[in-house]
Design a protein around this ligand. Structure first.
Ligand code: ZN
Length: 393
């Protein structure tokens, strides 16, 4: 793996109260602790500047979220279902606050803290350039007035909007196994944010909804994240979807990632980048079905860091917590110019890396459904879409 010799200023967003807030999320209890402990175990926090999230007001969330949705979270976020009236329960359903996204004690604090973490990351790169790392962030499914897929606040959209105050064009890249639907939807009509989502695409796989049904080049649109979903109005061709299939390997993903992003860089010429590093693409993830490793995934992150643009790296999904921690520690190492040794240093959460205590992850033996014919066709279609941007500029 190439390590950049020239290292940009690097900031890590971290604070005890944010960690406490994150640990109230029913799906992610303990994950941030594991990630940040591993980063410290490798002494990486000595190679960067740690910044606590700046004070954020509820009104700062209204650049994207609706007043009514935020008001409901502020008023009822801490409630148990049996404390709500039937009409309040109906309202909670309307806002998606059920099933995957239940109300829980600490939700308002979690929402505000998460928003603050990614707004601070944006502020840091605006002020000093370089790289801001926020492993608390990356909640790409949240909509304007609807929680979805464990996501209550779309910190990514808030971060991008803040960057747009300072940069003409901002690139958003989403590496989570699930389509980045909430972010795509927010900028579907914009030519100032290009959204590029690499994800598993299969009927019935989350999020699977159709935000804006379209047909394009005779391709039928079968759900959120389809390749035919390309943006509309002034944003036409500025939405890029890269649908991938089960068994994706490091080698194939790197080929697809670098080919697509090299075209993106030359036709869109971004002034800043936000990269969502969802870790549920990794082999061994309980919801994932790809055969990717933390080292393989981080080669793609390295590709983007090598552009030396102001960059925000965010977290995302990732349900195998030790593998998630390995991936994000490697990324933190790349940003700070450190290559991590394979033997995990002893630290407070060492036992989670049993039995081998190594950074290296071996992949499951599953067939790769991404045939070379499929990948070639995919790249050809996407590259054809980019030619429309070149022609109109
Ligand atoms: Zn995901």
């Amino acid at each position: 793996m190439a390590i950049c010799s020239e290292v940009q200023p690097v900031v890590l967003i971290r604070s005890p109260s944010l960690l406490q807030a994150f640990n109230t999320h029913p799906k992610y209890k303990g994950r941030a602790d594991l990630v940040l402990s591993l980063i410290s175990a490798y002494d990486l926090d000595k190679k960067l500047r740690v910044v606590a999230p700046q004070k954020t007001e509820w009104r700062d969330l209204l650049t994207f979220h609706s007043q009514a949705y935020i008001d409901f979270i502020r008023s009822h976020g801490n409630s148990e279902d049996d404390e709500l009236s039937p009409s309040q329960l109906e309202e909670a359903d309307m806002y998606g606050l059920n099933y995957d996204c239940p109300l829980f004690e600490g939700l308002p604090h979690f929402v505000l803290g998460t928003a603050a973490s990614s707004l601070t990351a944006a502020e840091v790169v605006v002020q000093s350039g370089g790289v801001a790392l926020n492993w608390y962030g990356g909640w790409h499914h949240a909509h304007r007035d609807e929680a979805s897929g464990f996501c209550y606040v779309n910190d990514i959209v808030l971060c991008l909007l803040k960057l747009l105050d300072h940069y003409e064009r901002v690139l958003y890249v989403d590496m989570d196994i699930h389509h980045g639907d909430g972010v795509e939807e927010a900028f579907y009509h914009s030519s100032r944010v290009m959204t590029v989502s690499f994800h598993k695409h299969a009927p019935g796989f989350f999020p699977g909804k159709c935000p804006s049904p379209v047909t394009f080049n005779n391709l039928s649109f079968i759900g959120s994240g389809d390749m035919a979903s390309i943006g509309s109005g002034p944003g036409q061709f500025f939405t890029v979807n890269v649908p991938l299939k089960d068994g994706l390997t490091d080698r194939t993903f790197h080929k697809v990632f670098t080919r697509v992003l090299s075209d993106v860089k030359s036709c869109f010429q971004p002034s800043a980048v936000v990269l969502q590093c969802g870790a549920d693409m990794l082999s061994g993830d309980p919801v994932g079905t790809f055969s990717l490793t933390p080292h393989g995934m981080s080669d793609n992150v390295d590709y983007v860091l090598a552009w030396k643009l102001p960059t925000v790296l965010l977290g995302g999904g990732g349900y195998n917590f030790p593998n998630t921690a390995k991936f994000w520690a490697i990324c933190t190492g790349l940003a700070t110019g450190q290559k991590l040794i394979n033997e995990i240093p002893e630290h407070s959460h060492y036992e989670h890396y049993s039995p081998d205590f190594e950074l290296l992850v071996t992949t499951r033996n599953r067939p790769d459904d991404n045939t070379s014919e499929y990948i070639d066709e995919l790249l050809e279609t996407i590259s054809g879409n980019f030619s429309n941007i070149y022609e109109s500029s």
